[in-house]
Design a protein around this ligand. Sequence first.
Ligand code: ZN
Ligand code: ZN
Length: 511
Amino acid sequence: MLRWLASFLAKIPFFRSHHFHTGLWSLGHHRCVDNPHHSSELRIVTGIMECRTCGLFQRLPAVLPGEVAECCRCGSQLERRRRTATLGGPWAFCIAALAFYGALLVSSVMMLNVYGHVNVIVMMSGPHQLVSQGMGIIAVLVALTSVILPGVVLLMMCAILYGAGKDDLPTWCRPLLAWYERLRPWSMVEVYVIGLLVAYTKLIDLALVILLPGTFLLGALMLSMAALDSTFDAEMIWEHRSVRAEKGHPPYDGATNPMPPPRHMLSCGTCELVLLAPHAIPNTADMGDCPRCGQILHRRKPNAVQGAICFLIAAFVFYIPANCLPVMTYARLGKGYPNTIIGGVHELWQADLWVLALIVLFASITLPVLKIVSLALMLYCELTRRAWHLIGLSKLYHIVMLIGRWSMIDVFMISILVAVVRFSFFAHVTADPGIVFFAMVVVLTIFAADMYDPRGVWDAAGRNERHPGFLPHQHRHPLKRRHRGHGCPKGPPVVTTTPEPLASLGAEGQP
Ligand SMILES: [Zn+2]
Ligand SMILES: [Zn+2]
């Protein structure tokens, strides 16, 4: 069944695009699906990795368990080896998370008692109530990010771990792993927990609020999914896959042979396999399918600048009504009090809940502006070919990617309030159009950041045309003091260690 589904999905270019939103563009773009082309001129390169943030190809030393290898130019993380067993740790946390998730689906989350009128909510009450108020789009967004996708990614993880335990990684596992990495950021249990906390503190003034077992299951689910993320190492599973043999082209050993020109190499956007072509590779040309993960290969994300600009402009336009229009109306004893986002922050501040007020202020007002301004700055530097604080811009991009989803706190909080405060005349909360604009800003800025290729600013500054003269090497232990390797100003790069052959997954990590 899984095999059939995977082979069906693999026939659609959308599901093989290395990049979620490029996938959206390629929906209307046809390829001979029965014979997906594999470029026969590409050779697999071993011992070299591309930094996906700055585009520098570099030799990688052997990374031991518990260690992190960083890009020697921009400092982004290139590879990280976990200390835990490759499959045992993720299996344990995945099963625990699935158990919590299953229990959460049938448990009540919160109970509100107003003058003897009792209302109990479950996870789906928010989306259900939003639909009945004509806010279908928000209901779908909340249901997807808080209820459906956490379950989907956990089931996908189970299938991936099951496949990775076999001697050879099964074919259906490849698109599953690629899609797991794409969908994982959209499962927002941890953001939902903060939204629930904000809703709870708003309600305790109003009436008697009782947290039911669902809240604690939600906390347990959040922790077990975080533990799953910190023990799961996708790179180890990709390494485990035997790469399809190439006709007459042995892999190019980058650790001992000279470094090929950077314009002749590209790395897969999903599994980071490096490939070498006999000629310079056009930046956005479709280079066939990755021999390891099967996703479409591009040297740079196609339409990165145009797509990011479109999403950013749309996000900026929506940001204005998102902050001016009320996001919800709180009606008490027949009298309505419309609430804007900043009004909600003000209310929390006046109730002396200044920590929560600052969290909501930061997540809802500052974060979208920060995201829009940072991406606009990167686009400006790229389009004007300005070599301006390139390392700082790369770090900024990582921050934008990391914090983007936390703006959903307000959306989740309103979905909870709408579900729980339903006492007709006494107290009633309804969602207002402002929340639609606000959710659109959050989603569009996530799309813009995902669409954008941070290597563009380094390309525009001319830093990726040839290899830099020397490659200083940073290689740090996360728990120990950061220590740098030595760089030599001329000649071949100093780090010449080839990655050690990785331990076989089956032997090491069987649950
Ligand atoms: Zn880098
Ligand atoms: Zn790949």
